[in-house]
Design a protein. Structure first.
Length: 168
């Protein structure tokens, strides 16, 4: 039986995948991970089973993402470090971000472009990636990341649109 680390009743726990059979689900599968890194990710999640949910992080994210602020959007993430600061508390997206950051796998890194010159004096643009703080990740970040393949179980199982029940 396959399981995932899930959040339930303010605690991270192991949940059978079958629990999500009737729920609208999208699986964000990281691309190109070697077996060794997969084992490290699993170990990271298992070590944190039973840790409490960081409710302060949720409220901070709501304030940050929804409430109006005079700070321009492009600068907001850099100014904030969200959550309780307690290493035994995290929200699911932060926990997953920490796991991927522990193996240096990108989710949605900040991209910095700098002009440089090669040995012939030609100017080129050099791209560097910077890891964002784990408390700033939300589920959507994994969905829009170019480093994750999106799997929709309903479609993979063979969607029959004619069998859908519509309100009349």
């Amino acid at each position: 039986m396959e399981s995932v680390v899930g959040c339930h009743r303010n605690t991270h726990r192991l949940v059978p995948l079958s629990e999500y059979n009737t729920v609208h689900t999208r699986i964000c599968r990281p691309a190109g991970l070697p077996a060794e890194d997969i084992q490290k990710l699993i170990a990271y999640g298992v070590e944190r089973l039973g840790h409490k949910y960081d409710l302060k992080n949720i409220f901070d994210l709501v304030r940050y993402l929804i409430l109006p602020t005079p700070i321009p959007t492009r600068w907001r993430r850099g100014l904030l470090k969200l959550g309780s600061g307690d290493p035994t508390r995290a929200i699911c997206s932060s926990l997953i971000a920490q796991a991927f950051q522990s193996i240096r796998y990108p989710i949605l890194p900040e991209v910095d472009y700098r002009q440089s010159r090669d040995i012939n004096g030609q100017i080129y643009c050099k791209q560097t990636l910077k890891i964002r703080h784990h408390s700033l990740f939300v589920p959507r970040d994994f969905d829009v990341s170019p480093y994750f393949k999106i799997i929709k179980p309903v479609i993979e199982a063979g969607l029959d649109v004619k069998s859908l029940k519509w309100e009349t």
